[in-house]
Design a protein around this ligand. Sequence first.
Ligand SMILES: [Zn+2]
Ligand SMILES: [Zn+2]
Length: 192
Amino acid sequence: MTPEPELEEGVEIGTCERCGDTEVRIYLENKRCEDCDGRFYPCSICKEEQFDEDTCRHIFRGDDCEWKGSGAWIDPSLKTPLFRLFDLMPTGFAVDLRVAILSGKFYTFLVAPLIGDGASLSVYGMPERDGRWVETWWGNFLIEIGQGEHSREVADAYHWLASLYQKKTLEANQATVEWIDEYLSAQKEERT
Ligand SMILES: [Zn+2]
Ligand SMILES: [Zn+2]
């Protein structure tokens, strides 16, 4: 009789409850195989587990496949795509975004049709410009960049901003404001 292979604690051989694979290593806790388990992530804002095909707005998988967002990892390396986005956006975006986030009213809302063009993105909480509402004005620039040649460079920045939600994501808001300050002071130095 050959001895059973050693299994670490919390694991057994069984059927995965999500994909139905049999005779695989599954976690006792949730009866999922390792592959399936890696596709779930607990959002710290929702306080609920999310599945990668249909997550809440607070988490996303970054360029490097890591879970990031206001409900996951506040990854300082997100500054790179974010600063790139600021460079590509019209002047004043970073400054106004800072105001919007600090007001506790910032969030984005995307309406995307299933087929074809015509997506519209609103950026809420941004201060008025010349007495005009600017929600979709800013949104249109973001969409344009998102469809342009630099889209891959700034995708994580967009997902990050979309993960912020009013006063519910305070820690991530705070980090974003610090990053913006860093960006703005670097810009000031460049000019002098
Ligand atoms: Zn599975
Ligand atoms: Zn969430």
